[in-house]
Design a protein around this ligand. Structure first.
Ligand SMILES: Cc1cc2nc3c(=O)[nH]c(=O)nc-3n(C[C@H](O)[C@H](O)[C@H](O)COP(=O)(O)O)c2cc1C
Length: 249
């Protein structure tokens, strides 16, 4: 196994960091790695906002549902869908791009691009012996987050990425069985096999939580998912996304 694969397979989210900021050099390396990711039609429809200011991080931590590691980390990045530069390109090139950048397809393109960039950033950070944790919690109060970060039309904060020197050692979380995720040639629709795989995975996850929490927790993956999905969350999203000029048609 080469070192890149080893880094990728050792991933686990880190939620406790040393009080030690990343250097500007480290930040630059992480952002350059993010930018090296593939990008749909070379469109580069994302931006990354780095947050160092203590008060701003404190406020972001509150807005993200009081997650302390949003405030206490080595650096906090916010990955954003961004068509603002393309709106400006429309002006520069005297071309009406509004209908295109407001389409659902382009919304997906921006989210995909930002996510690929973020995962490159994450792997780069982890390869530098740093830990990371994605923060979708910033969408809980997305309007306030967008205001705090001074974000204009055609931009949306998608998720945060806390990076820093790990101050905890967490076990790698087991993933679904490979055959459950990977289908060959056609989508596998054997429901019985599918459910059996889920039951087997439940046992593995339950044992993982039991071990990690010294017996305090032993929930299964399917119960976790059912609990999470029993009602929609962040119902303000559609209205916010459209108001920012995304997925309007
Ligand atoms: C887009 C995204 C948003 C996430 N948001 C949060 C978050 O707000 N808070 C948190 O503690 N973890 C968050 N996570 C981390 C996941 O909970 C974590 O990746 C998952 O449980 C698997 O664990 P692992 O990363 O340790 O393998 C997020 C992950 C992703 C990909």
């Amino acid at each position: 196994m080469n070192q890149t694969i080893e880094t990728i397979l050792s991933h686990r989210s880190v939620r406790k960091f040393e009080d030690r900021p990343l250097t500007n050099e480290q930040i630059k390396t992480i952002v350059k790695s993010a930018q090296a990711a593939s990008t749909s039609s070379f469109i580069q429809a994302y931006s990354i906002i780095g947050v160092k200011d203590k008060d701003k991080k404190k406020r972001l931590a509150e807005l993200a549902g009081n997650q302390p590691y949003v405030e206490d980390n080595g650096h906090f990045f916010v990955f954003c869908a961004d068509f603002r530069r393309h709106a400006l390109i429309g002006e520069m090139e005297a071309t009406d791009v509004t209908e295109s950048i407001e389409s659902t397809e382009k919304f997906m393109v921006a989210v995909i691009d930002a996510s690929l960039a973020a995962q490159n950033a994450s792997v780069a950070a982890e390869s530098m012996d740093l830990g990371i944790c994605y923060i979708g919690g910033i969408r809980t109060n997305i309007q306030e987050v967008a205001e705090l970060l001074g974000m204009p039309a055609n931009t949306i904060p998608l998720f945060g990425l806390a990076v820093g020197y790990p101050a905890q050692d967490t076990a790698v979380k087991p993933r679904l069985p490979l055959e459950h995720i990977y289908h060959e040639e056609v989508y596998q629709q054997d429901e019985q096999a599918y459910k059996k795989q889920l039951e087997d995975y439940n046992k593995e996850i339950s044992a993982y939580y039991h071990e990690r929490t010294k017996g305090k927790r032993s929930d299964t993956w399917t119960s976790q998912m059912a609990g999470m999905l029993k009602e929609p969350k962040r119902k303000h999203m559609k209205e916010f996304v459209e108001r920012k000029g995304f997925a309007k048609r």
